[in-house]
Design a protein around this ligand. Sequence first.
Ligand code: MN
Length: 498
Amino acid sequence: MEQKAYQFWFCTGSQDLYGDECLANVAEHSRIIVDALNASGRLPYEVVWKPTLITNELIRKTFNEANTDENCAGVITWMHTFSPSKSWILGLQEYRKPLLHLHTQFNREIPYDTIDMDFMNENQSAHGDREYGHIFSRLGMERKVVVGFWDEEEVQKKIGSWMRTAVGVIESSHVRVMRIADNMRNVAVTEGDKVEAQIKFGWEVDAYPVNEIVEAVDAVSQADIQALVEEYYSRYEILLEGREEKEFREHVAVQAGIEIGFERFLREKNYQAIVTHFGDLGGLRQLPGLAIQRLMEKGYGFGAEGDWKTAAMVRIMKIMTQGMKDAKGTSFMEDYTYNLVPGKEGILQAHMLEVCPSIAEGPISIKEQPLSMGDREDPARLVFTAKTGPAVAASLIDLGDRFRLIINDVDCKKVEKPMPKLPVATAFWTPQPNLKTGAEAWILAGGAHHTAFSFDLTAEQMGDWADAMGIEAVYIDKDTTIRQFKNELRWNALAYRK
Ligand code: MN
């Protein structure tokens, strides 16, 4: 996955009431802040300093330039002094990208011994940022507010975290999902309004006849397939489990052909996510297992059984985590079966085959087993267990009159014992605040069995993304109580009514 070198503009607000000396200080201070942010190593993208915004005309011009600059993924604003917010109305009304209101101050401490009215007038973000914040509320505009001293680690990390959300917002309109199967018959939760999804999220969701992509698979040369099989054999453990070596390798080669053929087809037609269905495989010899797992690892979104909403979410979440140091992984996932033993409650997560190896811990093996569904060759798949630790599971559903994003904090754990007879990759998690309340809230909210899952994103980032998209988000976390949650769903039904 290629990471775009996005930038964020840093715009400082003021006015010409305070004289040139003051404005020179404002500009110098904001340059120092920008340099410190860039030097901190805590921001995933560069901050670009912009001249102080002091007039309606310059504000409007700057925001429109930000709109059209392809590298600009958002604007960070800060009112160093006082900037009457009527000056911002036209610029903000025309602005279309994510905005962060950094409520900071150049000096950390009040200079008790020397403070005078000149200092107060020059350093009054406590005053100016309130006037500025008001106009967003009046305009009903989404923005992120981060409060605190600019040189603090926590503040810088929050800015960095928001930058990832902002890139998820900007990139959403570049997500194109290829469906090579329709929705699984009779299944409701994976359905949705694709026109509304394009209006809300910018996603293009297109269908292709499965045999068109099969032609691309069949066109892959034996040399290319064998080279990729060699790579598999050098990277992964081979678990023959009594199967004949030659036949095993031939089955693996089928997945290599699918990986190469699918990827060429996706690239040629500019799609970043793909949807399959075990019941609609056309001329494919196996359900894409290992092949899809590898594509997900490369950054493609994926959803099974026609689930284009989850495929797009997985893609966006992979973009949001791009370039992250020590990333622990992002995957398509499915709730399968429970452990209901008191004190050990949790949900075993897996799919028929398609779990992304980016979340793996320990060895990754290739296995072949029959599928209990479908009518194809025993597919090769990567088998592993997931890392442990806090993570987030998200489900985007279509309620008919609106989309809702359900966001659950979960704690991933190791299962107590190995599961030698289970031939799929797994994770095991306990939802916050506990299994009973977490699962009850999830079901009340209408959440799916499919999720877009990540170790590397937070509920705050996912919720901010939903806010920017103008859709409903509900959180299931350590503070969730069922009584409060049910009320929230009731109130949201009114708040989001069209
Ligand atoms: Mn499924």
